[in-house]
Design a protein around this ligand. Structure first.
Ligand code: KIV
Length: 274
């Protein structure tokens, strides 16, 4: 059952598709009810990314995400938001085997969260999955270039578009995702000029991350952007706040006040009225 806070006045996948070449589309990841609430009025699209497995659950890669995990976080973000287009990532292992497997997983995500769309990684290799999900009436966002679910297969996080062969493969992937009916596509970790050319080449909006300022929109992982990431922050991230320092400072002051019995003070305890 989809969460109750969803409304019909949300930005939909078709609204995003129509933004091609216009004012850049603002996207951030979100995984929780409070971030859904705080980000909703500032962004066009919230992605419940499978990066949640690393960012909130401490897994080494996004391969730690499960369908249940994505659905639980998707429900939380839907409860917290009312306006943004919410896209939920399909985790590794939930769609690669066949179009039928992909449709069953996308149907679960869509029905149980009420999200506006799902996202999956891949190009030519998953085009039949994208087409099958779209035929079911569930909008799909593609994801090409650096694909974190393939990091073990690729031997690390490797920037794409450095060789002519790879550039040709990226164009084939972008064309396949577009032809399969995706409403937009994330381009991650790809040489700037290639991401710009891809944006000009296809008719659906491109959402860049470590790609190019020419993309039709941009996305960042929220925890990277606000300085909450405890491990390495990628080069392409701009940090707009340093919440780790704010939290560390608050925790240190609290610890000192508990140890000195300064907390709780008179206003933090209940006493009978005189
Ligand atoms: O999982 C995720 O957060 C993503 C974005 C980085 C695009 O796929």
């Amino acid at each position: 059952m989809a969460p109750e806070r969803s409304t019909d006045s949300r930005i939909g996948a078709e609204d995003i598709r129509r933004r091609k070449g216009g004012v850049p589309i603002v996207c951030l990841t979100a995984y929780t009810y409070p971030t859904g609430r705080m980000l909703d009025s500032h962004v066009d699209l919230l992605l419940v990314g499978d990066s949640v497995a690393m960012v909130l659950h401490g897994h080494a890669t996004t391969l730690g995400a499960s369908l249940e995990m994505m659905i639980a976080h998707g429900q939380a973000v839907m409860r917290g938001s009312a306006r943004a287009c919410v896209v939920v990532d399909m985790p590794a292992g939930s769609y690669e085997t066949s179009p039928a497997q992909a449709v069953a997983s996308a149907r679960r995500i869509s029905d149980e969260t009420g999200c506006q769309a799902v996202k999956l990684e891949g190009g030519v290799d998953v085009s039949s999955q994208i087409a099958a999900i779209v035929a079911e009436g569930i909008p799909v966002m593609g994801h090409i270039g650096l694909q974190p679910q393939s990091v073990e297969k690729d031997g690390g996080y490797k920037i794409k578009g450095r060789t002519q062969d790879n550039i040709r493969a990226l164009f084939r992937d972008a064309e396949a995702v577009e032809k399969a009916g995706a409403f937009s596509v994330v381009i991650e970790g790809t040489m700037e000029t290639v991401a710009s050319e891809l944006t000009r080449h296809i008719s659906i909006p491109t959402i860049g991350i470590g790609a190019s300022g020419d993309c039709d929109g941009q996305i960042l992982v929220i925890d990277d952007m606000i300085g909450m990431t405890v491990d390495r922050v990628p080069k392409f991230v701009k940090q707009y706040a340093d919440l780790r320092s704010v939290i560390a400072d608050a925790a240190a002051r609290y610890a000192a006040e508990v140890r000195s019995r300064a907390f709780p003070g008179p206003s933090h305890v209940f006493k009978d009225e005189a």
